[in-house]
Design a protein around this ligand. Structure first.
Ligand code: SF4
Length: 503
């Protein structure tokens, strides 16, 4: 019978191996690049100002080791500080990055939640490196937001009145609970297990009552655009109730502006807001500011373009783009509907001509639409003008003018148009609507998806970010900037390897 070599490790015995940690980082890999860039190419000395242990206090974990560990953890889908701590203990690559320092998860959590401003600085340095590798075009951008839940309790959201009601419910539940326990006690029905459950439940009620009462004492009333009270959240009042693809969530929108050349993120910001529309001007400022800091120049003789979906369509946003000399291509909510079947355009308010004298509109068929009142829809005021049914009934253009099939059969009412600030003659919205009717603009807009959506697919799906684990806008913003940094570093890998000759 053949004899084979056997080792003690084969019998399940432990081994002591001599390992050179530096050799574990192989050229050509993400972790090799990360180890090389942090500290050498990307200056992280800004963290030093947080440490004041020159003379007294214990030695701290070096910030370069922490930032490398966190970036490596996020790139591997480790979202929580405890998972990152596990990596530092058990993963040889993580050990090589930290030089065998094993920070406790509380140190990691403190580092992530306490350095949002420095992460923003480092984000720009990473962006500058992307630009150095020739990855940034600086001409066409797309903006969008990733809606994610955060570490906030959805059940503790409401207006002051709703929260008062919730407090009352918890108080009643706590009283009932005590009464029930007393009854059980009197009958001698309590044992150790039920006593433990009782204590746990009582503790929970007391905690919720205290939380809501303290919050209500200091709560500030916030008003929305229409004067309605904005709902507050007891656990994280910076977060907002947001409509997402999976229903309502309590969380934040991670906004990103991505460059068309290689989907590098130029600016990133997490906002606790139900609507992302109002944040476009600030994101444009941040984008231009980051580009200036990272010394990214736009190609000469060209105009920068910002692509965004219909959620960003507003007169204010278009004005903000115009002021910064950026061409905005943002469709309105009726964009697809207006195109109609077989690319045949539908008549919209812009196709009707206004006559100031007599305050009426003239339709493309030359008929008059008379003013018939003002209404408010979705918070915006609009003037309504209507044609006569007799005119529309015999009009050869009515299939192009009147949309619904039912109305086309009946034609019992004339065509109505609603004039708001965004479609009145001379508005930027009206001008953009007209532009978007051309094939050239439609083609340019079609690039939006391929510029911005891969960014969210990478962060959300590949890196596994499906919720923010922190509370407070500042901290959540820091976490979002870190994930965007991980995305940008991933983009650098190919260029870095080519530059160093590892490709
Ligand atoms: S359907 Fe009525 S409003 Fe429309 S173009 Fe014809 S006449 Fe004018």
């Amino acid at each position: 019978m053949a004899k084979y070599k056997q080792t003690e490790a084969g019998n399940g015995q432990g081994l002591f191996l001599s390992i050179n940690l530096k050799e574990q980082l192989l050229p050509g890999t993400f972790e090799y690049m990360l180890d090389d860039l942090i500290g050498n190419k990307i200056d992280v000395s800004a963290f030093d100002k947080n440490y004041k242990n020159d003379d007294t206090g214990a030695k701290a974990v070096p910030p370069p080791a922490l930032i490398k560990l966190v970036i490596y953890g996020y790139s591997r889908g480790a979202k929580s500080s405890r998972r990152i701590e596990e990596l530092a203990k058990n993963n040889i690559i993580a050990k090589a990055l930290t030089k065998d320092i094993e920070p406790h998860w509380t140190t990691i959590a403190g580092f992530i939640s306490g350095n949002s401003e420095i992460f923003a600085e480092i984000f720009v340095k990473v962006l500058a490196y992307c630009s150095e590798l020739g990855l940034v075009g600086g001409q066409t951008f797309a903006i969008d937001g990733l809606r994610l839940p955060s570490n906030a309790s959805m059940g503790l959201t409401g207006t002051a009145e709703e929260l008062e009601k919730k407090l009352g419910v918890y108080r009643k539940m706590a009283e009932r609970h005590v009464a029930k326990h007393r009854r059980h006690d009197e009958r001698g029905e309590t044992d150790k297990k039920t006593e433990k459950n009782y204590q746990r439940q009582q503790k929970h009620y007391n905690r919720q009552i205290e939380k809501i009462s303290v919050f209500l004492e200091t709560m500030e009333h916030r008003e929305g655009k229409r004067g309605q009270e904005i709902k507050s959240n007891v656990t994280d009042n910076d977060s907002a109730m947001i409509m997402s693809s999976s229903g309502y969530i309590q969380g934040y929108i991670g906004l990103s502006v991505s460059d068309s050349k290689n989907q590098v993120i130029i600016s990133a910001q997490a906002v606790g807001s139900a609507n992302e529309c109002e944040h476009l001007p600030a994101m444009i400022d941040q984008t231009l500011g980051n580009m200036r800091e990272a010394k990214i120049k736009k190609p000469k003789g060209t105009k920068q373009t910002m692509l965004a979906d219909k959620n960003y369509f507003s007169e204010e946003n278009l004005k903000a783009c115009e002021e910064k000399n950026i061409e905005a291509i943002i469709p309105d909510s009726q964009y697809k509907r207006r195109l109609g079947e077989n690319g045949k355009m539908r008549f919209e308010a812009d196709d009707f001509k206004y006559h100031e004298e007599g305050d009426y509109y003239e339709c493309p068929h030359g008929k008059r639409l008379a003013y018939c009142g003002t209404n408010i829809l979705g918070g915006s005021e609009g003037k309504v003008y209507q044609a006569r049914a007799v005119d529309c009934r015999i009009c050869p253009c009515f299939p192009q003018c009147i949309r619904s099939k039912k109305e086309q059969i009946l034609i019992d009412k004339g065509r109505k148009i609603r004039i708001t600030r965004s479609n009145e003659n001379g508005s930027l919205c009206g001008a953009l609507r007209k532009k978007l009717n051309s094939v050239d603009y439609q083609d340019r807009y079609s690039y939006r998806i391929q510029i911005i959506e891969p960014v969210f697919a990478n962060i959300g799906y590949c890196k596994g970010l499906n919720r923010f684990s922190l509370r407070g806008n500042d901290k959540v913003n820091g976490q979002w900037q870190l994930y965007c940094m991980v995305h940008n570093l991933g983009k650098c890998l190919k260029g870095y390897n080519t530059e160093k000759g590892y490709a």
